[in-house]
Design a protein around this ligand. Structure first.
Ligand code: AMP
Length: 122
């Protein structure tokens, strides 16, 4: 797998700046590997972002830690879904990667969407 590159650096990355407290956001959960915030432009009643602390760009980054991190993000997503009351009704976990997906922040993140019936695409 090739290491992906981006013009964004950690210094000007929105999510790194949120983590550093430079952009205000309520941190709903934080542990040694990731943190969780609400999406600033939610498209569902519950729309969370589970974000690794490490500035990975893509889920396919060449770091050996990415696969373990992805598993952890999904585990935290489950805990958050329970906390938000959408575990039973169901929720979507989505990772956008690359231009066609609409990825707008070049820092790997897991969307957690729920609280309504979601359109099915794909
Ligand atoms: P993506 O399009 O998959 O890269 O998702 C990036 C998400 O980050 C979008 O849904 C944005 O609404 C969200 N976002 C951008 N800036 C912030 C912010 N400061 N706080 C919370 N969410 C944000």
């Amino acid at each position: 797998m090739a290491q992906t590159q981006s013009s964004q650096t950690e210094k000007d990355c929105i999510f790194c700046r949120v983590l550093a407290g430079e952009i205000p956001s309520e941190i709903l959960h934080r542990d040694e590997h990731c943190f969780v915030i609400r999406d600033i432009a939610p498209i569902a009643p519950v729309h969370l972002l589970v974000i690794p602390i490490q500035h990975y760009i893509h889920a396919t980054d060449a770091s050996p830690d990415v696969e373990a991190t992805l598993g952890h993000l999904m585990s935290v997503a489950k805990d958050m879904a329970q906390r938000e009351g959408i575990f039973e009704s169901g929720y979507r976990m989505a990772v956008n990667q690359g231009p066609d997906s609409g990825q707008s922040v070049d820092h790997l993140h897991l969307h957690v969407l729920g609280g309504r019936v979601l359109e099915h695409e794909g």
